[in-house]
Design a protein around this ligand. Structure first.
Ligand code: SF4
Length: 266
């Protein structure tokens, strides 16, 4: 069993675990945005960088996807690692200056603003972490959204930037978005996933006619089975809005590693 020494303190690790997992188990905070235990690590945002000892020199690596293969010495709170993470946060704040979620993590990191000009309206409010794309693909199986465009035009959208016919309106992308950019909007007959403009017909309660969620989600859940989700749909414990939120959460986390702590900003 390898030993990972983090900021001078030794921790036992399992082979293949990541630096982030070991650090979290040891109660060490490393900020994350594009990481969620329900989907494969992707190291897109780079807010989780730390330094590792490469035998005489120190390398900056992303902790969310760096696997432990042998004894390792890590610096989480060295001057260089902290400066690197703060630099990334300043760049992200330029894209998402109004996100309360992002500002809360920035404050915890000691970053209170950005020296960079804010981006254009088209790029605004998305940090391109890719969590929404991955959860839609890996967990929902819809692949309704993707990263599109190049360079400064890079963004997340449905194909051809048109409403997607593959979207089932589950809201998992909205639930997992770490900066609160994706929103589920309820209309009289449809649920809309904004900003993608995906719209899915609502199913209504057979008794009172109140909307009880997306028709396609009901169909997908019925096809997949799974008592937890079906029971959740049937329960009257939540109002429709909270029920959707609970459903999205359940879909996101039902395949997640059971022993992982909550990831967002944790
Ligand atoms: S609401 Fe649509 S785009 Fe978002 S995760 Fe569900 S299927 Fe994918």
């Amino acid at each position: 069993m390898p030993t990972v020494t983090i900021d001078g303190k030794p921790y036992q690790a399992q082979l293949g675990e990541t630096i982030l997992q070991v650090a979290r188990r040891g109660g060490i905070w490393i900020p994350t945005l594009c990481y969620h235990p329900a989907v494969e690590p992707y190291a897109a945002c780079r807010i989780c960088v730390v330094e590792i000892d490469r035998g005489g020199w120190w390398q900056v690596v992303t902790s969310c996807n760096y696997p432990i293969r042998r004894d390792l010495t890590v610096r989480v709170n060295s001057e260089r690692a902290v400066r690197a993470r703060r630099g990334v946060m300043e760049l992200l704040l330029a894209r998402c200056p109004e996100s309360p979620e992002l500002r809360a993590i920035a404050a915890r990191m000691g970053v209170d603003g950005t020296p960079y000009p804010t981006v254009t309206e088209a790029q605004r409010n998305c940090i391109l972490c890719g969590l929404c794309v991955r959860v839609c693909d890996e967990r929902i199986g819809a692949s309704a959204i993707a990263r599109v465009g190049r360079g400064v035009e890079r963004s997340v959208a449905a194909p051809f930037r048109m409403p997607s016919e593959d979207c089932i309106g589950c809201g998992a992308c909205a639930e997992i978005c770490p900066v609160g950019t994706i929103v589920v909007r309820m209309h009289e007959e449809e649920v809309e996933i904004s900003p993608f403009k995906n719209r899915v017909k609502l199913k209504h309660c057979a008794e009172c006619g109140r909307p009880i969620g997306s028709e396609l989600v009901h169909k997908a859940l019925a096809d997949r089975g799974g008592p937890t989700l079906v029971e959740l749909l049937a329960t009257e414990q939540f109002c429709p809005r909270c029920k959707r939120k609970q459903l999205a959460k359940e879909i996101c986390t039902r395949h997640a590693l059971r022993d992982e702590p909550a990831s967002r900003g944790a």
